[in-house]
Design a protein around this ligand. Sequence first.
Ligand SMILES: Cc1cc2nc3c(=O)[nH]c(=O)nc-3n(C[C@H](O)[C@H](O)[C@H](O)COP(=O)(O)OP(=O)(O)OC[C@H]3O[C@@H](n4cnc5c(N)ncnc54)[C@H](O)[C@@H]3O)c2cc1C
Ligand code: SF4
Length: 506
Amino acid sequence: MRRLCIILGDQLNLDSAIFNDFDRQQDLLWMAEVHVESTHVWSHKQRIALFLSAMRHFAAEVTLRAYPLHYLKLEQHHFPSLAQALGDCLQAMKPKEVRMVHPGDYRVWADITATCKSYGIELNLLHDNHFLSTPVDFQAWASERKQLRMEFWYRELRKKHHILMVDDKKPCGSQWNYDHDNRKSFPKSGPSALPPLLTLQNDQITEEVIHLVQNRFPSHSGSMSDFNWAVTPSQAQQVLAHFLKHALPQFGTYQDAMWQDQPFLNHSLLASSLNLKLLSPLDVIKQAEACYLQNLAPLAAVEGFIRQILGWREYVRGLYWLRMPQWTQWNALDAQHDLPAFYWTGDTDMNCLRQSIGQTLQHGYAHHIQRLMVTGLFAQLYGVQPMQVHAWYLAVYVDAVDWVTLPNTLGMSQYADGGLMASKPYIASGKYIQKMSNYCQHCRFNPEKATGADACPFTTLFWNFLDRHEMQFATHPRMGFMVSNLRRLSTEQLMAIRLQAEGLTF
Ligand SMILES: Cc1cc2nc3c(=O)[nH]c(=O)nc-3n(C[C@H](O)[C@H](O)[C@H](O)COP(=O)(O)OP(=O)(O)OC[C@H]3O[C@@H](n4cnc5c(N)ncnc54)[C@H](O)[C@@H]3O)c2cc1C
Ligand code: SF4
């Protein structure tokens, strides 16, 4: 054999570089389902099912295209890890070379590199052509800057790929960013005319996988009853078309809003399809851009959506590879609490958390503001160890893959990197959640109150966070006003907040 070509569970693009120069006579594709990928973090049942079903559909497709493929199904072998499964195969097949598109997970990259080395076989890593930039591009950009803000990286990529541009320099609408138009909360009456939910049909492969997961991983978190995730490129295109038609025009305006018992609102539900590479980000961006050019959606909505994919998504990937493996060691706020047990059950009186965690367990999904300003905010204010927070996000979301989960969690959400990613910690009191949702109306706590029996734990912990980190942020240009507000509290108020915060144990 000339080459063994590994395809990982999140590399399911049929135009992957792994097919370049592939010789059906001398080369072999290799895919493996392994137990540890579902247990190294305690994965949600829907996340496991999504990966397995999408992998099996991909395997069926490449086989149809007459590619030779060696596929190890979970129930057909006993190798506990990818490295052991690969090692066994290398020993038996003795390829001259192993090829693989660069993995999205440092741990997997390290394991496969070490395995090939131990068998004395060369590992050839290919660029991932799914993305619109490379880690090397990002490194070059980063090396010329003191601060690595997403906005400027995003503008580079807008120019480079000519997205929403009038000419080489001028953005459509003469403005790069419509963020200020995109922060509205719903009126008191709530969201009107929400997009209908698209229901996908599970075929036999998906049904078998659902059955397998229920039998093999019964103690894992999450419900399986509402599995409705795209597992093939054509299903992913269906989800995209549905989003562009029904949700994109309102996407920007209510991007940060939340509402009781409404898990999806105007969000696209595309992250899992993008991260498994069932969809090309450039194709998604171009289709969204076409909606603006054809007057089907306003510029603010289209720009807001494109910024998430061309801006944030490419940026977090760049940051991940720029600073791995150091990321995992950082804990700039010295957060030492354990993750509260209710993150795995949703069993808490705090309605915003009950809602956000409840829908996460039900669907493997929460939208960005629920992740950042409810579950992430609480963990940060309470002071949970960042890697425990990361392990939770990596486990419970269907779209979770290390390169994207880790910077979002440790950087944007927990400020564990001390400001590499976010210019300040994303902190707020319960009043922010009150403003952006109607959760507080269904809660026994009062977001205005920091002390007393009905004090909102977010509000108590917000002041307590500032109190604990006062010295760290007193001179911070964007945190100074919060510290000044803290200093306006009387000694009695401060003592009462400290006492209340000490009483909060989860
Ligand atoms: C603590 C935390 C953890 C997160 N973990 C993940 C994760 O594991 N996987 C993941 O894909 N996203 C993650 N995100 C980013 C974001 O929350 C999700 O991409 C989004 O909620 C997915 O839902 P959607 O597809 O409906 O997105 P939409 O709201 O419709 O956004 C459109 C697309 O933009 C991209 N996007 C938006 N925000 C980001 C971002 N901050 N980083 C990267 N891409 C972005 C996604 O591909 C998404 O599908 C995380 C955010 C936070 C704060
Ligand atoms: S009152 Fe506090 S705990 Fe209750 S929903 Fe509002 S922010 Fe959440």
